[in-house]
Design a protein around this ligand. Structure first.
Ligand SMILES: [Zn+2]
Length: 338
């Protein structure tokens, strides 16, 4: 038995010397055949003479290890030839295939684009705004004056207190847009927002939001319902059920929280939905008259609605990922499955 192992080691040494002499793809083919076909075939033939099952098993493993070693070395050599434009034959069709993965969009971006597409089809245009924002646009003009208790709902990172901050929602873009343009307005504003929050399975201090705004004459709560039901059904499927519940936001009146049927259990109740069958996915409402008047609109003439959704949270539901941090861990093997 030991002679065979000695011979394998000897052949390895000879192989290492021989590959130094390889000059072209043809040499490579010869050496490949010598070790991976002829010699290993001979080794397998010798296995027949071994009686002990354990010895057979060990030798089988040694042969496989030897083959793997030879294959790896030849692959490295083969790659060198491919990168070397001076080699006589540039492409070796017998070369061992390497898995090559092409870069792709992050699943969060892919998911956002789905939402964006549905909104654009409904007539919305996309508007971006600054992430470092003035208090005036993030709070005051959204009917949240200083010391208003609603400020506690969104713990804010201040850059220069009290006037400059990192936006805690993309509603600031809505105010900037309304200041510049007259109705009708129909926009979505996607982007990153920041809130002081400890990292846990459902929270991170920075996340993505998409907010929508529609202002015009006779824009009603029915329009709001129609747009959001359409949005959720288009993204999550036609069988998705949607319900509206009374809620409170300082910049909308009346306000509604929107639940959709659980993506995990379809409404029968599970851990994801806390056994209720419903998951809250959006905040919305009719734009508060104070907000409209604040940007110089006649609130008797114009009405409108606004909505906001947390993109990360919706993406978790869409992809069936349990924890928000998975979105940032960039686990390539997970992304390739999505
Ligand atoms: Zn559920």
């Amino acid at each position: 038995m030991s002679e065979i192992y000695d011979d394998i080691n000897k052949q390895k040494d000879i192989f290492l010397k021989e590959i130094k002499e390889v000059k072209n793809v043809s040499d490579l083919k010869t050496i490949k055949s010598k070790y991976l076909k002829v010699y290993t075939k001979d080794l397998y033939a010798q296995m027949k003479n071994i009686e002990s099952a354990e010895d057979k098993k060990q030798l089988g493993k040694a042969i496989n290890d030897f083959k793997k070693y030879i294959e790896e070395q030849l692959e490295i050599l083969s790659n060198n030839f491919n990168n070397d434009s001076s080699s006589a034959v540039k492409y070796d069709v017998t070369m061992i295939k390497k898995n090559i993965f092409i870069g792709a969009e992050h699943p969060l971006i892919k998911f956002y684009k789905k939402i964006e597409k549905v909104c654009i089809n409904m007539g919305f245009s996309v508007v971006q705004g600054p992430e470092m924002e003035l208090d005036k646009y993030n709070f005051e003009k959204l009917n949240i004056p200083p010391h208003h208790p609603a400020r506690d709902m969104q713990d804010t990172f201040y850059v220069t207190p009290p006037s400059v901050l990192l936006r805690s929602h993309t509603s600031s873009v809505q105010v900037r847009t309304m200041e510049k343009a007259k109705p009708p307005i129909q926009i979505i504003s996607p982007g990153t927002v920041y809130r002081v929050d400890d990292i846990d399975p459902q929270h991170t201090p920075m996340f993505y939001q998409v907010e929508g705004l529609m202002i015009g004459e006779k824009v009603s709560f029915s329009n709001l319902k129609a747009v959001l039901i359409k949005l959720l059904k288009e993204v999550f499927g036609d069988s998705t059920k949607v319900r509206f519940r009374p809620s409170y936001y300082p910049y909308t009146e009346p306000s509604a929280a929107i639940d959709m049927s659980c993506t995990e259990c379809g409404g029968s109740g599970c851990r994801t939905c806390g056994n209720s069958g419903w998951i809250t996915v959006l905040g919305s409402g009719m734009v508060h008259p104070n907000v409209l008047e604040g940007v110089g609109y006649d609130s008797e003439k114009y009405t409108g609605f606004a909505f906001g959704l947390g993109l990360n949270r919706l993406a978790l539901l869409y992809y069936g990922l349990g924890e928000i941090r998975k979105i940032y861990e960039n686990d390539i093997s997970l992304w390739r499955q999505l």
